[in-house]
Design a binder for this molecule. Sequence first.
Ligand code: MN
Length: 286
Amino acid sequence: MLQLIRPRVHDIGGFTVGRALPSPQRRSVGPFVFFDHIGPALLSADQAMAVRPHPHIGLATVTYLWEGAMMHRDSLGYAQEVLPGDVNWMTAGRGIVHSERTPERLVGVEHAMHGLQTWAALPRAHEETAPAFAHHPASTLPVVAADGATLTVVAGHGFGARSPVAVLAETLYVSIDLRAGASLQIPAEHAERALYPVAGELTLDGVELPMSTLAVLDPDTRPVLRAITDARVMLIGGEPLDGPRFLWWNFVSSSRERIEQAKAEWRADRLGQVPGETERIPLPEP
Ligand code: MN
């Protein structure tokens, strides 16, 4: 029995995304508590992504693009352009501030944009860890090739390979490309798993998988993914969370009080400054 989650549309600042997590049906898959599908879209010359500085606590943001580019700046002083195939892993811990914008070189230039931003909740023991930022170029990620399948292990481990991206909980995050006619059995090594097809036509154990829909797999199953046409799908998951999480705006915590504290910190502008930025997204007030 598959659980199918259709993303809802959200405006993130000059740009809309499809948000599959959190959803009324499902709060998390492995450590992932948030799942935004960016595009696929063609940004016209007068369109740009402009996510102004905003804070996070208690999570790691994971940015992975198939097309386009994104400029990340944060309060630790990192300024890093994310290109297709790279992985940006930003650990918010006790607090970080960042902005995400179309790189200057692409402002005014028509270009395609397609990718994912997911948030992994930090294990309770690491929620108050020091903020950190890690960028891993595409060339550093392991690629497993087998019978018409190309698997890029973006974070965590799977299919016998492990990503160099440091994670705090057991994680599954694999970008899968299949040639038309290719099949791939999904291993059962991770307790929670979901597939998110982004291109082509796919079946799972003979049943059509709807595009841009998060399909949560039953535990301990080894379903067979089959590509009818050339296809691309993301596989996410990992160990279940070590307890429930509160999500409010950009904050994730096992403690409701800690969320209130983060609200007060952002109101007072005490979570850090992003060099080169003068704007900020104010705390949403009721
Ligand atoms: Mn953010």
